[in-house]
Unconditional design. Structure first.
Ligand code: ADP
Length: 500
């Protein structure tokens, strides 16, 4: 057991604050690093000490490994917590942290390396009887071989970058004749985005749900899962709303998938917190997607339903403490939903909409948690992910969690930038979400303004207004823009107008 007295958090915004809060509760001193753009950020003010690590672009600050390690050395921090994003899944960083005499609060560099390559991860999963999406688990380098595999797999297929992440580097190929051009593009995109042009082929699952399992392992070989999170409401293959538990898993399927997730973690000698992601098809067959070797953005929904503090557990594991519970000790408590509040314009294809938060008032009350990194009057910097906050609502039932989320969204006051709040309310009120009958295509299928191709905001707004007018005028004869359960778009639109 190594006692940790001081932790440097190599991150910014809400996650830096979230990590520091748990550390402080454990009597551990906290150190912030920041870029010149974040000089006045709440995470800098919250920390016991803070060090500037460079200019605003993350490549020169939050991704500057040597500057961060130098800050840890100067202030005498024993451990470094990477948060999520930035350096959290960088094998080289994890190794450098340890080499420089610090504790990395996360898994070993070796586990990160193994799981950082989707192909290596898939091979390992297959070796441990975890089902994979049909396709190939080897990189495809020439078009003729790729075409043969694609034909055998059956179109539509998905071309994926082996080193991909964040929903980037994926291309759907619908027909054989499109394969050569799409593969050329996929390879060049993968090479420029990830420095590795390897791509592979997966069957494109038509209507999947994204279901992931939270894993926790200690350094003594104990590994448990903390149930699942459903993250099927996505835009651009990236999550916007997450919930726990999933409304479609039976206890049997939960056990089967949870056991598979634990096998994946065990296979790579995992310790710390991690997430094993699966796709679930319409016939309730599940397939391994990848493992994320860090704390996930959506971890608070798991905290809500288990009553555990995942960051505290990460720190205890890094100190060498064994887990104090086993799988059978864990029970699900109620239902939790997280809405990601991004500074994005849902009317304009969810494009970032940074600016100044002229009004910023959080919701409060029973079962409501807000993890954020901003105060009223602050600018949302253009350099980083435009996440303003995560709004997490917990209730005894799914219905209660949804009602609470709607109430909390109504209470939230944000002006100065467009946000995803109104969109999240639209989802909460949509019949498909309420009934639990949805998949990863929720946004394209049900959210009209976002699917407009135009980048022109006025045009998009006009189209949305026209859509609402049609709904109002033609309530008796539903056209393609009608959705069941009244018209949430209409309510959303009204709500948005009164808010702005
Ligand atoms: P990333 O690492 O870039 O996040 P993932 O492999 O985790 O990529 O996939 C992200 C999302 O892309 C999934 O949640 C799902 O919506 C979609 N996706 C990935 N693979 C498939 C597939 N084979 N069929 C259909 N959708 C997929």
């Amino acid at each position: 057991m190594t006692d940790i007295h001081k932790i440097l958090v190599a991150n910014r915004g809400e996650i830096a604050l979230r990590v520091m809060r748990s550390a402080r509760e454990m009597g551990i001193r906290t150190v912030a690093v920041y870029s010149e753009a974040d000089r006045l950020s709440p995470h800098v003010r919250f920390a016991d000490e803070a060090y500037c690590v460079g200019p605003p672009p993350s490549s020169e600050s939050y991704l500057n490994i040597e500057r961060i390690i130098e800050a840890a050395r100067r202030c005498g921090a024993q451990a470094i917590h990477p948060g999520y994003g930035f350096l959290s899944e960088n094998e080289h960083f994890a190794r450098r942290v340890v080499e420089s005499g610090h504790i990395f609060i996360g898994p070993s560099a070796q586990s990160i390396g193994l799981m950082g390559n989707k192909l290596a991860a898939k091979k390992m999963a297959a070796d441990h009887q975890v089902p994979l999406v049909p396709g190939t688990n080897d990189p495809v380098s020439d078009i003729a071989t790729g075409q043969r595999i694609a034909r055998k797999t059956g179109y539509p297929i998905l071309l994926k970058a082996a080193a991909g992440g964040g929903g980037k580097g994926m291309r759907i190929v619908e027909r054989g004749e499109d394969f050569p051009s799409q593969m050329e593009r996929a390879v060049s995109e993968a090479a420029s985005a990830f420095g590795d042009g390897s791509v592979f082929i997966e069957k494109y699952i038509g209507r999947p749900r994204h279901i992931e399992f939270q894993i926790l392992g200690d350094m003594h070989g104990n590994i448990v899962h903390l149930f699942e999170r459903e993250c099927s409401v996505q835009r651009r293959h990236q999550k916007v709303i997450e919930e726990a538990p999933s409304s479609v898993l039976t206890p049997e399927l939960r056990k089967e998938m949870g056991d598979a997730a634990v096998r994946v973690a065990r296979a790579c000698g995992y310790y710390g917190a991690g997430t094993v992601e699966f796709l679930l098809d319409e016939n309730n067959r599940f397939y391994f997607l990848e493992m994320n070797t860090r704390l996930q953005v959506e971890h608070p929904v798991t905290e809500a339903i288990t009553g555990l503090d995942l960051v505290k557990l990460q720190i205890e594991i890094a100190q060498g403490k064994p887990l104090s519970f086993r799988q059978d000790d864990l029970t699900l408590r109620g239902h939790a939903i997280e809405a990601r509040v991004y500074a994005e314009d849902p009317f304009n294809n969810f494009l970032p909409n940074t600016g100044r938060l002229t009004t910023y008032r959080r919701p409060h009350g029973n079962g409501v948690r807000v993890d954020d990194g901003f105060e009223e009057g602050m600018e949302i910097p253009v350099y980083y992910d435009p996440l303003i906050a995560k709004l997490i609502c917990h209730g005894a039932t799914r219905q209660e969690a949804i009602a609470r989320m709607i109430r909390a969204i109504d209470e939230y006051r944000i002006s100065g930038v467009e946000t995803t709040l109104g969109f999240c309310k639209f989802v909460m009120q949509h019949e498909a979400f309420v009934s639990g009958n949805f998949d990863t295509h929720f946004v394209e299928k049900h959210f009209l303004p976002a699917s407009l191709p135009s980048n022109d905001r006025t045009e998009a707004m006009l189209a949305a207004v026209l859509a609402v007018t049609r709904v109002e005028e033609d309530a008796a004869a539903p056209g393609p823009i009608m959705i069941s359960h009244g018209s949430p778009q209409q309510k959303w639109r009204r709500n948005r107008q009164t808010r702005d």
